[in-house]
Design a protein around this ligand. Sequence first.
Ligand code: PLP
Length: 469
Amino acid sequence: MTRMHVAGSIHADVTSAAPQWLVKPSDANALTDGLWSGSAARVGEGELELGGMSVGDIVAETGTPAYIIDEVDFRARALTWREAFAGWKVYYAGKSFLCGAVARWIDEEGLNLDVCSLGELTVALRAGFDPQRIGLHGNNKSDDLLRVALARGVGRIIVDSSDEIARLERITEELGVRAQVLIRVTTGVEAHTHEYIATAHEDQKFGFSIAGGQALVAMVRCHGSARIDLMGIHSHIGSQIFDTNGFEVAARRTLKLMSQFKEATGVALPELDLGGGFGIAYTMDDSPATAYDLARGLDEIIEHECRGFGLERPTLSIEPGRAISGPPGTALYTVGTTKIVELGGGQTRRYVSVDGGMSDNIRPALYAAEYSAVLANRVSDAPVALSRVVGLHCEGGDILVRDVFLPADVAVGDIIAVPASGAYSRSMASNYNHTPRPPVLSVRDGRLTPMIRRETLDDLLALDAGLDR
Ligand SMILES: Cc1ncc(COP(=O)(O)O)c(C=O)c1O
């Protein structure tokens, strides 16, 4: 995800300021395989179509910026993960993108749902999601959040700290209920894309350390609690993971912990959750494993490790987020200005400024996430130009797509489409520069349905106590 950007040599041609992974396309209009939702296609004169609707018609109906979710593709991905991991519990990670419609789709496709705040839990409950099939995360859950979760019968609470155990004991007592919990452990594995680091050192805010012994202590404490049912443990090792290497070490360390717990208490815990983080393709450089390949790999790892520790195979869970919500989403923007910047040595970069930016997708600014983009409202046979798609905000780092080859005639009024935008973009959106957040609409069979409406200036100003109404 985070890459070094290699500058070209002074006398190279104009494309050499591109990073090494970015291949100059023979046709800049082509939709790179693996990046787009299942229904994305160039139709007619070459306009991009999503869910049977041309971007021209989409933009005429909803304006830009806008996030468009291909409903059929979203549901198909949810189902694929459920079917590939048959026999596992699959929790969709709502943090990647959640609203009422998504909660209903996830329910209808038979998945469980992870939430990690009172807001996300409220969306799930108001959408009618069965609380028993909800998992609650969070490193600092408030009394209010725990009270709602416990009163409504949330199926599993993933406990993150000793303070939380004490809070749970108090609130379960108050409400006269029991809590079903998993203990979140840190395995010392950190995975990003195809790299992972496995150490004994854990310097992060989540969970109880296995290496430091706190995880076993927390497990024994929950096991001994009159109000808590300890069901198992939970580990999440990172994001944009493309293979099973990191999971192998995490599974070994978590299963070893479960066998130590069994030795200490005589109890074999029934559940192990390996978290989420399964990667998707944002650019032509990304090649994630399929859900089926991951399932096969993880099954083998678990079988092998359970045999090694003499444990029965526990009930296993995973928590995919972006792998379900990312690829079905496309961000649409209108070009407002373009600019050619001299880089020296005869090289140039075209800055294409659009009507969104870091307020609707913070990922490039936050952790140098890469995306790609195409000219969506038409095709062009102009030569390609190394381009940077930037937003309208007052920050130099307000970049949406750092490096992409776009036709050199991209102009004011054109529509730019950014694929794989369904996860952690609108869900992390802010109102920076008092910018209203864009809407999210689903598209299916040539029709748009609002999922989250466009925020208005009135919505924003309604919060400002210093303005007249
Ligand atoms: C505990 C947990 N589960 C699942 C996820 C989902 O990750 P992804 O969307 O990369 O699958 C996250 C993401 O941060 C997480 O923290």
